[in-house]
Write a protein that binds this ligand. Structure first.
Ligand code: NDP
Length: 244
C-alpha cells in the first residue's frame, strides 16, 4: 500500500514511534528511524522492519531540535532511501513542573523538541513532498495540548502549538495535494508514562474505555491518516474517550 515511499519516523526507537515505524513498514514503506541516543533500540526497530516486512530501513541519530542537524539528516535519508513522502513527527519529551517553579531550560527544552522539532522536519521535507507531488505529514500532539494539564504548562503549550502548526501547514500545502494531520493521544503505556500510569486506578477510571492505550492504538490512527486522501488539518484523539 505504501510501497515506493519512504517514511521518516522521529523518535522511532521506542514507544509510540517504534510502533508507528513497524506499522508503516508492514504497509510497505521504507523506514527512516530518527532517534536521540538509543542507537541499539533504533537498530532493533530497523532490523524488525527489514526481517518481518522486507522493506529498507535505516537509523539516523539526530536531535530534532537542531535545525541544521535536521537539514543534514533529511538530505542523508533522501540519499540513502529516496522518495521521502511520509513524515511522522513523533519525537517528544516531558519536563513537568508547576508553573510557579518551572525552570526556564525545562520550558525551552520541551518547546524546542516537541514544537520546533516538528517545524524543523516539515521545513526540510516540504520541498521534497512538493517536488514528488506526494506528501503525508502526521504530527503527534497530545490531549494535554487540547485541554491543558496541571504541571505541564510547557508540554501543553508545545502540543497546542503542534495543533496550530498542523492546521496552518494543512492549509498551505493542500493545493499541492499534501496532507497534514495530527493524532492526540491520551495515556499510552510507554517509558514516558510508565511511572504515572502503572497501577494508577485513578487514571484508568478517568478513561471511559477503561484502559491505558497501547503504542499500537496510536500507530493504527497514524496509518489511517497516512492512507486518507481527503482528510487534512484534522486532529484525531486516541485517548479511550478521556477528553470527550
Ligand atoms: P518515549 O519517551 O517512549 O520515546 C521518546 C522518543 O523520542 C524516543 O525514540 C527518543 O529517542 C525520541 N526523542 C526524544 N527527544 C528527542 C530529540 N531531541 N531528538 C530526536 N529524538 C528524540 O515517548 P512516547 O513514545 O511515549 O511518546 C511519543 C510521542 O507521543 C511524544 O511526542 C509524546 O509527547 C507523545 N504522547 C505520548 C503520550 C503517552 O502517554 N505516552 C500521550 C500523548 C502524547 P531515544 O530513544 O534515542 O531517546
Amino acid at each position: 500500500m505504501l510501497k515506493g515511499h519512504t517514511a521518516i519516523v522521529t523518535g522511532g526507537s521506542r514507544g509510540i514511534g517504534a510502533a508507528i515505524a513497524v506499522k508503516l513498514a508492514s504497509m510497505g514503506a521504507d523506514i527512516a528511524v530518527v532517534y536521540a541516543g538509543n542507537e541499539n533500540l533504533a537498530q532493533d526497530v530497523c532490523d524488525k522492519c527489514i526481517s518481518e516486512y522486507g522493506v529498507n530501513a535505516k537509523a539516523y541519530k539526530c536531535n530534532v531540535a537542531e535545525y541544521d542537524s535536521v537539514k543534514e539528516t533529511v538530505a542523508a535519508i533522501k540519499n540513502d532511501l529516496g522518495n521521502v513522502g511520509i513524515l511522522i513527527n513523533n519525537a517528544g519529551i516531558t519536563r513537568d513542573g508547576l508553573i510557579a517553579m518551572m525552570k526556564e531550560p525545562d520550558f525551552d527544552a520541551v518547546i524546542d523538541t516537541n514544537l520546533k522539532g516538528a517545524f524543523n522536519f516539515i521545513r526540510h521535507t516540504s520541498s521534497l513532498f512538493i517536488r514528488g507531488k506526494y506528501g503525508r505529514i502526521v504530527n503527534i500532539s497530545s490531549v494535554s495540548g487540547m485541554i491543558g494539564n496541571p504541571g505541564q504548562a510547557n508540554y501543553s503549550a508545545s502540543k497546542a502549538g503542534v495543533i496550530g502548526l498542523t492546521k496552518a501547514v494543512a492549509r498551505e500545502l493542500a493545493p499541492k495535494g499534501i496532507t497534514c494531520n495530527a493524532v492526540a493521544p491520551g495515556f499510552i503505556g510507554t517509558d514516558m508514562t510508565r511511572e504515572i500510569t502503572e497501577g494508577n486506578e485513578a487514571i484508568v477510571s478517568a478513561i471511559p474505555l477503561g484502559r491505558v492505550g497501547t503504542p499500537e492504538d496510536v500507530a493504527n490512527a497514524v496509518a489511517f491518516l497516512v492512507t486518507a486522501d481527503y482528510i487534512t488539518g484534522e486532529i484525531i484523539r486516541v485517548d479511550g474517550g478521556m477528553a470527550i
